[in-house]
Design a protein around this ligand. Sequence first.
Ligand code: NAP
Length: 326
Amino acid sequence: MTKRILVYRSINEDQLARLERDFHVDYLPEVASAEDPAFLDALANAHGLVGASLPITPALLDRAPHLEAIASISVGYDNYPVDELTRRGILLCNTPDVLTETTADTGFLLIMCAARRAIELAGMVQRGEWRESIGKELFGTDVHGKTLGMVGFGRIGAAIARRGALGFGMRVLYSNASPKPELEAELGARHRELDELLTEADIVCVTVPLNADTHHLIGAREFALMKPSAIFVNVARGKVVDETALIEALRAGKPHAAGLDVFEREPLPETSPLPHMPNVVALPHIGSATHETRTAMADRAVANILAALNGERPPSPVNELELKSS
Ligand code: NAP
């Protein structure tokens, strides 16, 4: 019997053809919710899933009795119940490395835009309101030479820090689950406990994964520790930050400004004040959203699912060790 793969995110023709060589593919790139009847029908017969952004719950897994492997088109895997997948013998794969540099570019874009008020001032020009040299009430703050505090110092955190240290002469502090002596040697980065980092950094940038330990890692207490001039950037996941506390903190002027690619609810609800706050740069979760990188991510996901369903070792397994020891 030919195994079936359900693809619920857009991939290109070549990627689709690679999957169709050995498998039957249900291609549903427009699926917006797990309630979609076509998605649920295909799920019932799927041996493999390829997609992103849709939370895959244990209740959905109950409707996928043949499922052997999932290839997420993302590095973050907070949309998947990893322990539950392992318990059911389902292999989860992700797409590390191929998106690191692009997401780091997005992180630095947010740092620059928030510090130099680029979106706010570009809006002024666009509305035809630039009639004289801007006064100091519209000046930004320097990025070069400042202290960059990385909360999370993995692949993306290190790539942002590299830009800061090597391109902008920044001093780098980091807090992370484990020490990073190689990055300390490479970038002169210094480890700090989170509270110390928040007090010392001019720019605080979050790149930890979302998990039980990092949910609301940054809240009212943490914002209160920051400098009044601090710039806060989140390119990780919205739920790492208590967004209500962030809104209150920004209204109170501490942090001074924020650059946000991710939010507690996405797409951002119309009622959110964040996009209307002049000291906020809000992007629609575009960390990895370039043609080159999204193609590379889908390539990796295709390689992952092909290997997994053919009984080979995929390039980027998430729960391989847990599956082996279970
Ligand atoms: P990574 O290499 O695994 O880095 C994550 C780092 O966070 C690791 O160094 C890890 O420590 C550290 N960490 C984990 N839990 C922690 C905790 N409780 N406290 C402190 N540090 C902790 O992952 P990555 O490739 O850099 O990606 C990071 C995250 O970025 C992803 O999980 C994803 O959610 C997000 N992301 C967002 C976008 C976007 O579009 N905005 C795009 C890509 C990724 P160890 O080194 O000790 O393991």
